[in-house]
Design a binder for this molecule. Structure first.
Ligand code: GLN
Length: 311
């Protein structure tokens, strides 16, 4: 990236401007533990392929990945099973419905989830993670995501996991529906444990930016040069990020920001500039689509300023 000096100077200013958007959104409350987050919090780190990084705002504190984890469990399921098996159980199309909707599962045959980034699809993907026990599956996810983040295994936020498991009846009903349709073959509670736990793994903005950077580099570790993910699977993941990563806000985000990105209901956003940089953001106040309202604002500003759109 050649815009480091302007980024370093401007980022704290743009971040404080974007923070003004936070009161226009709401912190997620359907998972009770998430409602404790500070709605005015906003932090960002941008990590370049050249080893440089810049951060601003509240970027030191950990937050749960939530739906951002779905990008990486999809990659793991592809690495464990191959494309044919994964896409016999989950589709490739946006839904036009909210991330936790199960409407189309009944309406559109053959009753497989539309894509791996909505909850129903991610639950199916969780059932495809290899491992002889739930513990092994979860440990594999923690280690793989930790490696991408440039650290040891990611830590589980037990309180968020418990809170989501206790309140996750909508996800539970989807899983039973998918079992009845023959799409889910493992025990519902086992699959949901894997799903809720990978959503409750924690990162900070810097770690999230590094995970994004690995995707920006088509699956290669920025420090060691080791290939961590086959290029084809990164291509699939990035394409889903463009078409479905910001849920029903994906079209508007593609027009206003123009980068592959994935949001989570904790307020995290992971975005990437192909070949150049990874971005990690936290801003818990969400817009109506479930995306960080201030985070989206900040990315719009940056994309405009530096002409980052890919389109
Ligand atoms: N764990 C959350 C859920 O299942 C993930 C949703 C999200 O981040 N959009 O509802």
């Amino acid at each position: 990236m050649n815009e480091w000096s302007s980024l370093t100077a401007g980022l704290p200013v743009w971040l404080e401007q974007a923070r003004h958007a936070a009161p226009f959104g709401k912190v997620a409350s359907y998972i009770p533990e998430l409602s404790k987050a500070d709605s005015s919090m906003l932090g960002i780190q941008i990590r370049g392929a050249d080893g440089r990084s810049v951060s601003a705002g509240d970027c030191g504190s950990p937050f749960t990945l939530q739906s951002i984890s779905k990008v990486f469990t999809l990659i793991m399921a592809l690495m464990d099973n191959g494309e044919e098996i994964v896409f016999s159980k989950v589709g490739m199309e946006p839904t036009g419905d909210s991330f936790n909707s199960m409407l189309k599962l009944e309406l559109v045959q053959p009753g497989i989830p539309f894509n791996p980034l909505i909850n129903a699809g991610a639950i199916v993907v969780s059932s495809l993670i290899a491992g002889s026990s739930n513990e092994e599956k979860i440990t594999r996810i923690q280690s793989f995501l930790g490696k991408l983040a440039g650290r040891g295994p990611l830590q589980l936020d037990e309180d968020t996991y418990r809170s989501e498991s206790e309140s996750g009846n909508l996800n539970r009903s989807m899983a039973y529906f998918l079992t009845d349709n023959g799409v889910l073959q493992s025990k519902v509670e086992d699959v949901l444990e894997v799903y809720f736990k990978h959503c409750s793994l924690t990162v900070d903005c810097g770690e999230l930016a590094r995970m994004a950077l690995v995707l920006a580099l088509d699956g290669v570790d920025p420090d060691s040069g080791e290939r961590l993910i086959p290029r084809r699977y990164v291509q699939i993941a990035k394409t889903f990020m463009v078409t479905c990563g910001m849920y029903n806000g994906s079209g508007e985000f593609a027009i206003d920001v123009g980068l592959p990105a994935k949001s989570g209901v904790s307020g995290g956003i992971m975005a990437l500039l192909p070949g150049r940089a990874g971005i990690g953001i936290i801003g818990p106040s969400l817009n109506r689509h479930g995306n960080s309202v201030a985070g989206v604002h900040l990315l719009e500003q940056l994309s405009k300023e530096f002409d980052w759109s890919l389109f």
